[in-house]
Every structure is written in structure tokens, then in C-alpha cells.
Design a protein around this ligand. Structure first.
Ligand code: ATP
Length: 231
């Protein structure tokens, strides 16, 4: 990638079929996601939202069409260079055995205490991390089985924030949060992620309300694209 990296993502007529599957799951997907903006993917379960965002780190390759970042086809960059630009929070988040602090430092071992604290605050996790005496030393069991689904999601988001990536991908990362926390988190993300490109996968209309671009999917096709007012 050229420097300065901007993070403009462009899908051009992308179709996709899972290896060994009989039919395409994505059909002629085209959109552009701009830096400094939130692009949200919404649609019923199975409509292809996760599949779209999973093509960006190249977990799979597009079967047809191309995906460009800052005008460069992602097939022309190494997976290492590509993934270094992405802060990806998967649907199944992955906490491991240790403490809250060690889980967060995994994203950025040089993060200062101040940076850790700020990421926790932005991720709306302060209320359960700092309310306890142990704070960031709170033990986490393998897979995060001793914290709730919503707490896991917020810690995974805090971890992504510490990477300070130019592109964030949140795959259904807000689903276990109540509406108020979800809204507060999106506001805080907007304020702290600056000029990064935000991609959000969700099934909740309230989550996409203030996205600059909403992409509505149905059975692997884009059936609507625009702001909430336009749709
Ligand atoms: P959800 O909201 O439930 O996560 P989604 O909109 O993100 O749904 P995808 O997970 O992208 O949808 O799935 C789209 C389609 O692709 C579904 O029909 C699903 O069964 C199929 N699919 C997903 N992963 C695979 C896979 N690894 N191999 C084959 N088919 C898959």
C-alpha cells in the first residue's frame, strides 16, 4: 500500500461461492466504504453480511470481481500487509485465559496504562472493569466463560481499539448489548476512531441509524444502499 494509507474499500461486482458449494452466496456486490465513515451491513440471517466482510482479510477469495483498498487489488498485497491494516472483531470473539489486561495487551503489547484505560472506556466496559477491586487484573477463563456475552463483546472491541487500525470490521459485535449501551458505544467509536473506515455487520435497525452508508442485503444481493433517510 502507498503511504499515507487512507483505507477506502471498494467492492467491484464481487460474486462469491464457498469452496465445494453448489451456488453463489454473493451476487454482484458493489459498494465503496470511505475513511471517516461508518458503513453498516444489515439483512436477515444468512443474507451474506459476514461473508462480505470475511472477504476483506482474505479468509476467502472472491470468485468474480475485485476488492480494492486505496485503489490496490487486495490480491496484490501479502496477507500480512493486508491484515495489519484491519482491526477485525469476529462474530465469535476470542478471549483467552489470563487477565483483562493480558487479553488487551495481546493486541498491542506496548500500550500504556492510559491507553488501556481509554480503550476500556470507549468500549463501554469501564462500568464492569473498574467497579471491581481487581480492575484490569480480573481473571478471565479460557474462552471468556466467566464473563457475559456482552462483556466479552466489549472487551473484544477494546482490544481492537488498541491496535488503532485504519480499518475496523465489527461482525455482529454489538448483538449482546442492550440498546442504550449499543448507542453509547457507537457514539464513542465515532469520536475516537477519527478517520478510520468503520464496517459494521448487524441485524438491528437501531444500530445502523446514524451510519453514513447502510447496505441492505437479501439472499446475497444488495437491495438498498444509502443513508437511513434515503432508504
Ligand atoms: P448471520 O446474521 O446469521 O451471521 P449473515 O448475513 O452474516 O448471517 P453469512 O454468515 O454471510 O450470513 O452466510 C451467508 C450464507 O453462506 C448462508 O447461507 C450460509 O449458510 C452460507 N455459509 C456461511 N459460511 C459458510 C461456509 N463456511 N461454507 C459454506 N457455506 C457457508
Amino acid at each position: 500500500f502507498a503511504s499515507p494509507f487512507e483505507g477506502k474499500i471498494e467492492f467491484r461486482d464481487v460474486s462469491f461461492r464457498y469452496p465445494n458449494a453448489e451456488k453463489d452466496i454473493l451476487h454482484n456486490i458493489s459498494f465503496t466504504a470511505h475513511p471517516g465513515q461508518m458503513t453498516a451491513f444489515i439483512g436477515a440471517t444468512g443474507s451474506g453480511k459476514s461473508t462480505i466482510v470475511n472477504l476483506i482479510p482474505r479468509f476467502y477469495e472472491a470468485s468474480k470481481g475485485s476488492i480494492l483498498i486505496d485503489g490496490i487489488n487486495i490480491q496484490e498485497v501479502t496477507q500480512h500487509d493486508l491484515r495489519e491494516k484491519l482491526g477485525y472483531v469476529p462474530q465469535k470473539n476470542t478471549l483467552f485465559s489470563g487477565t483483562i489486561e493480558s487479553n488487551l495487551l495481546y493486541a498491542n503489547e506496548n500500550a500504556t496504562q492510559e491507553e488501556l484505560k481509554n480503550a476500556i472506556i470507549t468500549a463501554q466496559a469501564a462500568e464492569f472493569v473498574f467497579a471491581k477491586d481487581q480492575g484490569m487484573s480480573l481473571a478471565i477463563s479460557q474462552g471468556g466463560t466467566n464473563v457475559s456475552g456482552g462483556q466479552k463483546q466489549r472487551l473484544s472491541i477494546a482490544r481492537a481499539l488498541l491496535e488503532q487500525p485504519p480499518i475496523y470490521i465489527f461482525d455482529d459485535s454489538f448483538s449482546a448489548l442492550d440498546f442504550k449501551t449499543d448507542a453509547a458505544l457507537r457514539r464513542a467509536l465515532k469520536q475516537t476512531t477519527g478517520n478510520s473506515t468503520l464496517l459494521i455487520v448487524t441485524q438491528r435497525v437501531s444500530t445502523v441509524m446514524n451510519a453514513e452508508q447502510i447496505i441492505v442485503l437479501d439472499e446475497g444481493r444488495i437491495i438498498g444502499k444509502g443513508t437511513h433517510e434515503q432508504l
